[in-house]
Design a protein around this ligand. Structure first.
Ligand code: F0G
Length: 429
């Protein structure tokens, strides 16, 4: 989506958005998405749908800085889990939902690994403007997310397959039944997700960090972040573009395979697609399906691959993959020294640690890791990591090649006896 900025009124400096802070009683100024309306000017104000998304936090984390090998004060965590549905998806959903409302849609659909569906279900239940139809892979989404879709009253279609199957089906079904599709193939989603970057630089007093590190699944965020910086630079609102690192799970690593190993590039828009390189046929021939504890990014056919290549080109980007072990350890470190996150989000911290060890990210560089989803989204993974029950550990984590929980905080079992309880507290505290 491109704007003719000459016919619009973009701001002259980012600082001008600060005026909105004094008008928090207006929903469009309160929203962390719509207070940047001039930078996503596709909807008239009266059509904008907001439920108060984007009240998120950028926090410098000393513990996580130490863990990844950054100097104190140089590592920041952007907590998108603080959104109303508990993930970054609300940024994009608010924008896509606004567009759906503009064109009078009665039903909206998505395929999801859980967070997009929770977000869509929430916007439908709060606003009552549309009916949510969601497609999920059976057994493929974390319980926190499934519980949201059910609670918010979405029509929940569980497909015997994974996200890639659900995505293919939802495209067919929405075409057939004329249902509005809100997956990030929808360009309005990306417009909303640009605002995560606006808030990051807002929190840094309008300074641009050196690195943005983000997990890669369907590659909507990375594409949106690249677009945000391209536009800000074009408009003269920033003087330089940060570098972008996109981190795949090793068990769902299409972008890493194509970009880092096989050298696929944006190339001015003349891209060899995975179709033309035959990569997806290779996956099918080898019967390879995405598989990772980070179920949010358990995706082998990312719908925004081309746009992400454009973002990597504009942001001098790098792509890495990290193991489930590394993600779970990084997640424990985030939880121990911050507000916590779900497994996929910790890919950004594990990826930063890797890029620090390779010397690609410098110890003194300012790094922002995007924590995409709330800690409570996937309690099974967290409890299994900290458990003393070896069978539970093996069932949830061991089966994925995770061997140890180096940062486990084990619960202490005591009998229901005052002396025993006091003894245990004295021993462990
Ligand atoms: N982190 C979390 C917590 C997610 O839920 C997702 C995507 C990603 C990262 C990846 O983001 O697609 O922009 O690269 N979840 C989608 C869903 C696929 O259906 O909820 P991306």
């Amino acid at each position: 989506m491109t704007y003719d900025w000459n016919r619009l009124q973009p701001p002259k400096e980012m600082k001008s958005f600060e005026a909105k802070w004094a008008r928090r009683y207006e929903p469009l100024s309160f929203s962390g998405v719509w207070r940047f309306h001039e930078l996503l000017p596709f909807a008239p104000p009266e059509k904008v749908v907001t439920i108060g998304e984007g009240q998120t936090l950028l926090q410098a984390s000393t513990g996580v800085a130490r863990y990844v090998g950054s100097e104190p004060g140089r590592l920041f965590l952007q907590y998108e889990g603080m959104n109303p549905s508990g993930s970054f998806k609300d940024n994009g959903m608010s924008a896509a939902f606004t567009h759906a409302h503009m064109i009078g849609a009665a039903r909206a659909a998505c395929a999801s690994t859980g967070n997009t569906s929770a977000s869509l279900a929430l916007y439908c239940s709060v606003t009552r403007l549309m009916k949510a139809v969601i497609f999920v892979g059976s057994g493929k989404i974390a319980y926190g997310k499934l519980s949201q879709a059910l609670d918010y009253g979405a029509l929940t279609v569980q497909i015997a397959g994974d996200f890639d199957d659900a995505m293919a089906r939802v495209k067919e079904v929405s075409r057939e039944l004329g249902i509005y599709l809100v997956n990030s193939v929808n360009p309005f989603r990306l417009e909303g997700q640009k605002t995560i970057m606006f808030r990051v630089i807002e929190a840094l007093r309008w300074q641009v960090p050196d690195w943005i590190v983000v997990p890669g699944g369907n590659l909507g965020n990375s594409s949106a972040f690249g677009k945000a910086f391209i536009e800000l630079k074009e408009l003269g609102l920033i003087d330089r573009i940060p570098r972008l690192a996109v981190i795949n799970a090793a068990g769902a690593n299409t972008l890493h395979e194509l970009y880092t190993r096989r050298g696929l590039r944006w190339n001015g828009g003349r891209i060899d697609t995975p179709k033309s390189t035959g990569y997806y046929e290779e996956l099918d021939a080898g019967k390879r399906r995405a598989s990772t504890i980070a179920s949010a990014i358990e995706i082998n056919r990312p719908v925004n691959l081309e746009k992400c290549l454009r973002a990597l080109d504009a942001c001098d980007g790098v792509v890495r993959e990290v193991s489930d072990q590394d993600m779970m350890d990084a997640k424990a470190q985030v939880g121990a020294g911050g507000l916590g996150c779900e497994p996929a989000s910790a890919a950004s911290v594990a990826g930063t640690k890797l890029l620090r060890s390779e010397g690609i990210i410098g110890a003194d560089e300012r790094v922002v890791c995007i924590l995409t989803g709330h800690q409570l989204k996937d309690p099974d993974a967290t409890v299994a990591y900290h458990t003393t029950d070896q069978d539970k550990f093996n069932a949830v984590l061991g089966s994925r090649g995770i061997k140890r929980a180096a940062f486990a905080n084990r619960a202490v079992a005591v009998s229901n006896d005052l002396d025993e309880i006091i003894k245990a507290i004295r021993l462990y505290s």
